[in-house]
Design a protein around this ligand. Structure first.
Ligand code: PLP
Length: 450
């Protein structure tokens, strides 16, 4: 059967049998989902034959673009050679070892041990268990509480949902609060009235100190934050924020966790968001760009100091059947090698990142419904406003974001909408011409929404 013949049966079967993440099943009352059948470079094709510019790199993950032969070959070779073996019980496989060694060369200084998982959510569950274990080993078992941020996103398992600050997710299926607390976002545009960004950055960081004092430092295990909040609306903090957070964590003996699941692997113009903001994390969960989304794999990086305590603590009673799946490790290794060979991180830092930002800044400066541009490198958020002068954001009932998203897709561009901001994170291989196409299409979407 040809693809076009297939599509109606796909639509029917999808509605009949498939439960989609983050979707209201009532959507099917009037619609069918878009079935994506192929990808190449920065483009994807749907079953209707539309060629679409993927401004989100899937879910912020296809960093090297679609269809890279090097990654396909790596998976193929590894499957032929050894499709599976675990890293439990005193065993290892070459790609598990070589990937850990490679990660130690590109992660921020001090991070040098890695534990594998399969998703960002599992990586963050690992962080929670390891952080509490770290304190227990040192005779401080009461240090259990994690402090995250409103609209922080750290995954969808029960623990990762609790770590995140998405109230709608806590409400569905419950959460593990109160052992998880949340402080304000460092979002100057909406929360910083009357303050300079620098003053506001200090105020947003002070919320951490206040929360630690309220809970008692003896009860707090760690603070977790994405260097740039992604799913919370691409919130890049003022320059004063991360240094102050770091100072506070040190002062109160709290572990600092940088969630690099989106920011890692070149997204912000450096290998890690922690490099961009000069963060020195104790633990660093990563996923998505680790394999450019070609295969599920995640890891948590640990600082020398944290690992040395864990190593003292004896048996590590934690692991997943697919921790360090050899095929996933082979693909991740090929992905990093390709990024190094093609200088992708440098390209984002020196060329395409600045070009993307300049194009979008022009749009933000001139478009009547764009209040500000946020982000760094090749991750961006355009805040939609109904009054640019007074920074009045559209309400969710007005739904400007959803309308804009639909106009974009009608013009074959995928952008996402978060809290009335249009967000983008295209493949890091996007060219200047493709950035021009992105900006033109985004402008059409915005014009039709205004
Ligand atoms: N952490 C961050 C910052 C994320 O953006 C995400 C997913 O978007 C996760 C963790 C969870 O990753 P996964 O969906 O692979 O479980």
């Amino acid at each position: 059967m040809s693809e076009l013949q297939n599509k109606n049966s796909w639509y029917d079967a999808d509605k009949a049998h498939h439960i989609h993440p983050f979707m209201d099943p009532k959507y099917f009352d009037k619609n069918h989902v878009r079935v994506i059948t192929r990808g190449e470079g920065v483009y994807i094709w749907d079953a209707e034959g539309n060629k679409i510019l993927d401004g989100m790199a899937g879910l912020w993950c296809v960093n090297v673009g679609y269809g890279r032969q090097e990654l396909i070959d790596a998976a193929n070779e590894q499957m032929k050679n050894l499709a599976y073996y675990n890293s439990f019980f005193q065993s290892s496989t070459p790609t598990q070892i070589e990937l850990a060694e490679k990660l130690a060369t590109i992660t921020p200084q001090g991070i040098d041990h890695f534990f594998y998982a399969n998703s960002g959510s599992e990586a963050n569950d690992t962080v929670i268990r390891m952080a509490r274990h770290y304190w227990s080993i040192q005779g401080k078992p009461t240090k259990r509480i994690f402090i995250g941020r409103h609209l922080g996103y750290h995954g969808s398992t029960l623990a990762a949902t609790s770590l995140g600050g998405m109230k709608g997710m806590h409400d569905m299926g419950g959460s593990l609060l109160p052992e998880f607390e949340h402080i304000m976002q460092p979002h100057w545009y909406t929360l910083g009235a009357g303050l300079t960004p620098e003053e506001f950055g200090l105020k947003a960081a002070k919320a951490l100190e206040d929360k630690i004092l309220e809970l008692g430092a003896d009860n707090v295990a760690a603070f977790i934050g994405e260097p740039i909040q992604g799913a919370g609306g691409v919130i890049d903090p003022p320059s004063t924020y991360w240094p102050e957070i770091q100072r506070i964590c040190k002062k109160y003996n709290i572990l600092l966790v940088a969630d690099e699941v989106i920011c890692g692997f070149g997204r912000t113009g450096n290998w890690f968001g922690s490099d961009t903001y000069n963060i020195k994390p104790d633990m660093m969960p990563m996923a998505k760009g680790l394999s450019s989304g070609y295969i599920p794999i995640a890891a948590v990086g640990f600082s020398k100091e944290v690992y040395s305590v864990l190593a003292e603590g004896g048996h590590i009673a934690h692991g997943y059947t697919y921790s360090g799946h050899p095929v996933a490790c082979a693909v991740a290794l090929a992905n990093i090698n390709l990024m190094e060979r093609d200088g992708i991180v440098e390209m984002v830092r020196d060329d395409t990142g600045p070009y993307f930002r300049k194009s979008l800044q022009q749009l933000a400066d001139t478009h009547p419904i764009v209040g500000e541009l946020r982000g760094a490198g090749l991750v961006a958020g355009l805040q939609l406003v109904k009054d640019k002068e007074n920074k009045t954001i559209f309400t969710s009932e007005e739904g400007a974001g959803l309308i804009c998203r639909e106009h974009c897709i009608q013009h074959n561009l995928i952008m996402r909408m978060v809290d009335q901001a249009m967000v983008a994170s295209p493949p890091l291989t996007i060219t200047r011409d493709e950035i021009d196409e992105f900006t033109e299409k985004a402008k059409i979407g915005l014009d039709l929404t205004a």
